[in-house]
Design a protein around this ligand. Structure first.
Ligand SMILES: *Cc1c(COP(=O)(O)O)cnc(C)c1O
Length: 373
């Protein structure tokens, strides 16, 4: 059986975890957390970094930092993971769902301005499959209407927009190290704070509403409770695992790109049969987070998945439009989001993980070509 995902171990994870455990400091914000923060700041130029226990947590921190309150509106794509929405819902926001482009799942930037009202506080673009949204358009709107931009860069580590790292362009950027992402820690995340005016408060929220970080830097002589917050920081055990991955990010990315290119080459002829391949705009890079196909119909997609399962291959479909979810359908304003619904019905993700061999990619591709013809 070829699974959909298989977490990749670089080799040093357990070694670093053992070191962390034996060091006598296994709670958060120790040596490995600092090494991870330094790595991200140096490689991607984030103003400030804070590891979190998930991308969901990073989004929740972002929602608090953005000062989202009851009645505020936040614009997000409907075709995304639940976390993009729930972080803001928890703060009392009304979510205004936007449709995707017709040829790729990212938010259609040209629809955003029409959704902005006096209550709009933030835009949350999701870089689907690690492919950048058009950030110049989004940042332009943010400036014009005085909004915050929080990038859901959960899938977008090591990907770029016009040469700028994703997660470094909005006021805040959120990453995931869930075991299905390119770089993993089991569960884990990162909040990148790019707007310096949010940096001080971010550290306080991260440390359960206390100014402990300032205290440990010797900037104040006692610490106490100064704000809301939570225990957003992961233990050193998680950070040690993550650091082993980060040391190998180049190799991970190179291997994933070779898998992606092989799929793309093998499957290009599907276009003539009406099945679409991923679209990558000129301004975006490909970080090889996933490989997907867009089938012609729900029936074709489901039949393809069944066919591949018979051949011991496990593809998956995923996001179902959030505006049509059980939780939100009665709260949604009724706009029809055709493209989002279309991706819900027709997008299929193929097996994608570091240890997938090119021979396996060929085998999977062969079966898909057989099925579609
Ligand atoms: C994976 C993912 C998340 C959630 O990440 P966790 O680390 O599992 O909380 C959020 N948004 C998107 C787009 C994702 O792909």
């Amino acid at each position: 059986m070829i699974p959909f995902n298989k977490p990749f171990l670089t080799g040093n994870e357990t070694k670093y975890i053992t070191e962390a455990v034996l060091s006598g400091k296994i709670s958060g914000n120790g040596m490995y957390t600092k090494k991870c923060h330094e790595f991200f700041s140096a490689k991607y130029g984030f103003h400030k970094c804070l590891l979190t226990t998930s991308c969901t947590d990073a989004l929740e921190m972002a929602a608090i930092l953005a000062d989202i309150k009851q009645g505020d509106e936040v614009i997000i794509p409907s075709y995304t993971f639940v976390s993009t929405a729930i972080a803001f819902i928890r703060q009392g926001a009304t979510i205004i769902f936007a449709d995707s482009h017709s040829d790729q799942p990212n938010i259609d930037e040209d629809l955003i301005e029409g959704l902005i009202t006096e209550r709009t506080k933030a835009i949350v673009p999701v870089h689907y499959a690690g492919v950048a949204c058009d950030m110049d358009k989004i940042m332009g709107l943010a400036q014009k209407y005085n909004l915050l931009v929080i990038e859901d860069a959960a899938q977008a580590i090591d990907s770029y927009y016009k040469g700028k790292p994703l997660g470094s362009i909005g006021h805040l950027g959120c990453f995931s190290f869930h075991e299905t992402k390119n770089v993993i820690a089991g569960e884990g995340g990162l909040l990148a704070i790019n707007d310096p005016s949010l940096a001080k408060r971010s550290e306080i929220l991260w440390e359960k509403g206390t100014n402990r970080a300032e205290f440990f830097r010797g900037e104040i002589n006692k610490y106490g409770w100064v704000d809301i917050g939570s225990s957003f920081l992961p233990s050193e055990i998680i950070a040690a695992f993550l650091y082993a991955q980060l040391e190998n990010i180049e190799a991970i990315q190179q291997k994933r790109k070779s898998i992606w290119d092989r799929y793309y080459g093998n499957l290009s002829s599907l276009r003539e049969k009406g099945v679409q391949l991923p679209t990558i705009p000129d301004y975006a890079t490909n970080n090889a987070h996933m490989f997907y196909l867009i089938c012609q119909s729900l029936d074709q997609r489901n039949a393809l998945i069944s066919y591949l399962k018979e051949k011991e291959i496990l593809p998956v479909f995923h996001y179902q439009s959030l505006h049509a979810s059980d939780y939100y359908k009665d709260k949604h304003d009724g706009r029809v989001l055709t493209n989002s619904d279309n991706f819900s019905d027709t997008l299929v993700r193929l097996p994608f993980y570091f240890e997938l061999t090119l021979e396996e990619v060929d085998r999977i591709s062969q079966h898909i070509l057989e099925f579609i013809s």
